[in-house]
Design a protein around this ligand. Structure first.
Ligand code: C2E
Ligand code: CA
Ligand code: CA
Length: 486
């Protein structure tokens, strides 16, 4: 085939057109890629912004309390660390106040968490008004616990002024909603840091916390300065807690019983179970350990053990009597008690109506609604409830009437002076008639003399527990006494 010039020129044109087409296509594709790239870039930028925002948010979360906007525990500790360092370097004193709201839990339980939150916010604002902006730091550690670092202290008197101001500011009525007004107070523990170069941040916090507990213990709504003696008391308390845990494992607790007699016939109708601790060769009285034990979860196990052990050991008894056990507020906050009592009802020979559970008025007052519900459950299982140490607590007649109480145990302080003072005797009689009006059985505690006994009505609903008749004794001794009587 002869290739002419014309043919070649045609061929070149075709090729040029194809090349153009290809080039155009590449440009389009390129543009498209560029567009995607631009979009990606914008998206990346947006993402980066979001990450930045999120990081800031997380940083804030890590450092500030979301409810009150105050520095949180983490940031507070960082601040305290810095304050301690500069105090050591420049030899400048500072103070730490540990603050806990009194009765916050009750407000939370009564009105709900939402109201509790409003209260915390209001209180944080009040606290900020009590300190110097930029110099002092108010933080929220969580719950109803706050701390305040006071820096640049010229005089210790300054701390008194601020602490008093805080107490005064917090203890005013607050409108939380249009119809809820509360008035709270706070307990403050103050630690002053002066020249102790070896102390750590955690020790400083713990010292202020210990002082705060002292403030609570000595009546709340006050501030207390940390003192080294408090620490040794605390370490004794911690040692005692450990010893009690070990004592229970080593079966060192012993049940004593004290007979309760009829005021009319003086025959034994029942016993109160009283705890003793065989520590080495000594028999420790509850006065030494019961307050600590009652604040430990261990009290639940100990009481369950007491009830089971006593009810088991009385199989040899040839008389039907009642058994009265001491409970504490802690046990009412725990649904385990109901399960336990159901088991006792199913497996024990002693019937529930012969099992009394003693609670003090102060145990009742902790959370009235919850206590009422749990006592109703106990009562509907057939167990009896005694109001112990009656007359020494906060009870008002109205709520005694509303609780399923079977027995009033009149505290021994009312019996002490009846034979010497007419005023004491009148008081005692009015408490007795209160029980009679409420149609409850009465146990008069602490009767020690014949003279006291003479002054107590020997009505059918009155029983007596006191050294005049019997002192607390080991359960085996009691079994032999009662089996001998019958
Ligand atoms: P409480 O429940 O009021 O127990 C009565 C206390 O009065 C007992 O002291 C008893 O020995 C004492 N007592 C009885 N009659 C007389 C008397 O005529 N004169 C005098 N001066 N005292 C008398 P105890 O055994 O030392 O117990 C003291 C407190 O410790 C009890 O007071 C109770 O609150 C607590 N407690 C004792 N045992 C237990 C227990 O097993 N569990 C719990 N949770 N608390 C217990
Ligand atoms: Ca008692
Ligand atoms: Ca009592």
């Amino acid at each position: 085939m002869n290739i002419t010039k014309k043919m070649l020129e045609e061929e070149i044109k075709v090729l040029q057109a194809a090349a153009q087409l290809h080039a155009n296509k590449s440009i389009d594709q390129y543009r498209e890629v560029l567009k995607v790239l631009e979009e990606l870039e914008a998206e990346k930028h947006l993402l980066e912004e979001k990450v930045k925002e999120r990081t800031l948010h997380l940083e804030r979360l890590a450092k500030y309390d979301t409810l009150t906007n105050l520095p949180n525990r983490h940031m507070f500790k960082e601040e305290l660390e810095l304050t301690l360092k500069s105090a050591t370097l420049l030899d400048k004193p500072f103070a730490l106040i540990f603050l806990d709201i009194d009765g916050f839990k009750e407000i939370n339980d009564t009105y709900g968490h939402h109201i509790g939150d409003i209260l915390l916010k209001e209180l944080s604002n009040k606290l900020l008004l009590c300190v110097r902006e930029g110099t002092d730091t108010v933080s929220r550690l969580g719950g109803d616990e706050f701390t305040i670092i006071l820096r640049g202290l010229n005089k210790v008197k300054h701390i008194d002024i601020i602490s008093n101001k805080i107490l005064k500011y917090l203890h005013t009525a607050l409108d939380l909603t249009s119809d809820i007004q509360v008035k709270v107070s706070a307990s403050l523990g103050v630690y002053i840091h002066e020249h102790d170069n070896n102390i750590t941040v955690d020790e400083i916090i713990s010292n202020a916390d210990i002082a705060m507990y002292e403030a609570k213990k000595s009546g709340k709504n006050q501030y207390v300065y940390f003192d080294k003696k408090m620490k040794s008391l605390l370490s004794k308390h911690i040692t005692l807690k450990q010893e009690l845990t070990d004592a229970f494992k080593a079966k060192e607790f012993v049940n004593y019983v004290q007979p309760i007699v009829s005021a009319q016939t003086h025959e034994i109708l029942g016993v109160e179970i009283l705890l003793r601790w065989k520590k080495n060769t000594k028999l420790m009285s509850p006065a030494y350990f019961i307050e600590t034990l009652e604040n430990m979860d261990l009290i639940l196990d100990v009481t369950f053990w007491q009830i089971e052990a006593v009810l088991l050991s009385v199989k040899e008894l040839n008389k039907e009597i009642f058994f009265s056990f001491n409970l504490t507020a802690k046990m009412l906050n725990n649904s385990k008690i109901i399960d336990f009592l159901i088991r006792i009802k199913q497996h024990c020979l002693v019937k529930p109506s012969n099992i009394y559970l003693e609670l003090t008025e102060n145990d009742f007052a902790k959370d009235i609604q919850k206590t009422k519900t749990i006592l109703q459950a106990i009562s509907s299982l057939g167990f009896k409830i005694s109001l112990d140490d009656f007359g020494t607590g906060y009870s008002s007649l109205s709520y005694i009437r509303n609780f399923p109480i079977d027995v009033l145990k009149i505290d021994q302080t009312f019996v002490k002076g009846i034979e010497k003072s007419t005023k004491d005797y009148k008081l005692f009689q009015s408490i007795m008639s209160m029980g009679e009006i409420l149609k409850m059985d009465i146990v008069v505690e602490g009767v020690e003399t014949k003279e006291q006994l003479k002054l107590i009505d020997n009505k059918s609903f009155v029983k007596i527990q006191g050294y005049y008749f019997y002192k607390p004794m080991p359960i085996q001794e009691f079994i032999s006494i009662i089996n001998l009587i019958d």
